[in-house]
Design a protein around this ligand. Structure first.
Ligand code: ADP
Ligand code: 5GP
Length: 205
């Protein structure tokens, strides 16, 4: 069993929440974004995507304010100091990602349920804070070979970054059992249906 490092970066106020929290975590390349894009418009689930801030550059067709808020490293750390983040992590050396307080308010103020695409450590920390108000789902790749194929097939990362992501994946998979539920993303349609069903059950409990 692997252990988590202490998390100095987490700060949440659960009193002001309206909707619930859905956490989706998985090693990069497993298919979180693809699954989220397929369920985000499911009206029954009333979901709103949590647009994270990141210090990495946009890749492919990504647009500022749609997939992420793309900000510089300096700006990221200035905002950390200002207390703008609910949580943040240096997910890869020198590259930070975080959930802005303003984003949680934007989504939940209208009673929407916040769906977060967040790294494994961040996801466990958010779950620990929100408890029964949050559902944590771990998406598993069918195998590490398939994960590598997907990362290469996505064709958005240079070789060095693919290597880093694969090395991290093995570590991250060790935390799958600490999530409320696990879904294997083999057949995409089936994975999307399973995730939607889990969220629906959680919201109607
Ligand atoms: P993540 O958000 O977890 O980093 P993505 O959603 O970007 O992963 O998916 C990585 C790549 O794998 C993309 O090219 C996507 O089209 C592809 N992909 C996702 N799910 C499946 C699946 N079930 N079968 C085959 N390819 C998939
Ligand atoms: P990518 O660069 O592939 O978009 O994302 C890399 C990793 O950062 C993924 O595991 C993704 O889930 C994670 N991530 C994205 N946003 C956040 C966030 O706000 N907080 C944390 N802790 N991780 C995030």
């Amino acid at each position: 069993m692997q252990t988590l490092y202490p998390e100095p970066s987490l700060s949440l106020n659960t009193n002001q929440m309206n909707g619930k929290i859905i956490i989706l975590s998985a090693p990069s390349g497993t298919g979180k974004s693809t699954i989220i894009s397929r369920i985000i418009d499911n009206q029954e689930l009333r979901l709103g995507f949590s647009i994270s801030a990141t210090s990495r550059a946009p890749r492919g067709e990504e647009q500022d304010g749609r997939e992420y808020y793309f900000i510089s490293n300096e700006d990221f750390h200035r905002r950390v100091e200002r207390g703008d983040f609910v949580e943040w992590e240096e997910v890869y050396p020198g590259t930070c990602y975080g959930t802005l307080r303003s984003e949680v308010e934007r989504v939940t103020s209208g009673g929407r349920n916040l769906i977060m695409d967040i790294d494994v450590r961040g996801g466990l920390n958010v779950k620990r804070c929100y408890g029964d108000e949050a559902l944590s789902i771990f998406i598993l790749p069918p195998s590490l070979e398939t994960l590598e194929r997907r990362l290469r097939g996505r064709a958005t990362d240079p070789e060095e970054r693919i290597r880093k992501r694969l090395a991290k994946a093995e570590y991250e998979l060790g935390f799958a059992d600490s999530y409320d539920c696990q879904v294997v993303n083999d057949d995409l349609d089936r994975a999307v249906s399973e995730v939607a069903a889990l969220i629906k059950d959680f919201l109607t409990d």
